[in-house]
Design a protein around this ligand. Structure first.
Ligand code: GTP
Ligand code: MG
Length: 193
């Protein structure tokens, strides 16, 4: 699946702009700057397929990528603090929630959490929305290269996830920078096709 091409399809700013629901898709959600776009680049082995940057609020549209002819990868705008005008942020947050709650072909949401920081209240809010909408989600820890052993983050994440009925219990620890966990995540994605 990841050996073939992956191409940008479109950026979506309203539910009416979503591509036809003609194939399964997965999405990457998480706080601004957590590393969603970087993870898509690491998974697809492309340096700048999805635009990443150090400015929180980089991705402002729902970006669709076709992974071969039968699967979509979806890069979402972040939630939480963003370096962008409030009216714009409110607009994309609303779209993000509508998308997560209402996309029929969404097979699994990957909720990215910074391995240094653990699950925050904004993450809880999104996870509860996914519970209510019965969208299975899986937590992916990012920036594992910056993680400090013994800081309790893994335990915090596991105990918080246990309270969410829609959470898939297996955690994936990744580093887009160093490549840790990327092969594992590819295998998980491929199993969802
Ligand atoms: P928004 O689109 O703003 O919501 O952010 P995003 O979640 O798409 O984050 P993005 O991929 O743009 O990455 C944010 C910053 O984190 C960039 O400076 C990346 O280089 C950095 N980053 C992403 N993944 C990793 C990682 O695995 N390790 C380290 N050290 N830095 C990372
Ligand atoms: Mg992004």
């Amino acid at each position: 699946l990841f050996a073939g091409p992956c191409d940008f399809v479109k950026g979506v700013v309203a539910m009416s702009g979503l591509p036809d629901p003609d194939r399964p898709e997965i999405c990457f959600a998480g706080r601004s700057n957590v590393g969603k776009s970087s993870l898509i680049n690491a998974l697809t082995g492309r340096k700048s397929l999805a635009r990443a940057s150090n400015t929180p609020g980089r991705t402002q549209e729902i970006n669709y990528f076709a992974l071969g002819p039968a699967f979509y990868l979806v890069d979402l705008p972040g939630y939480g603090y963003a370096n962008a005008p409030l009216s714009k942020v409110e607009q994309w947050q609303k779209l993000l929630k509508q998308y997560l709650a209402g996309r029929q072909t969404l097979r699994r949401a990957f909720v990215l959490v910074d391995a240094r920081h653990g699950i925050k209240s904004v993450d809880e809010e999104i996870m509860s929305l996914l519970d209510t909408s019965a969208v299975t989600f899986q937590c992916v820890l990012t920036k594992a290269d910056k993680m400090k052993a013994g800081d309790g983050v893994l335990d915090q994440v596991r105990s918080r996830l246990a309270k969410h009925p829609a959470a898939y219990p297996e955690l994936v620890l990744t580093s887009s920078e160093k490549g840790d966990g990327i092969a594992t995540l590819r295998a998980i994605v491929a199993s969802l096709l």
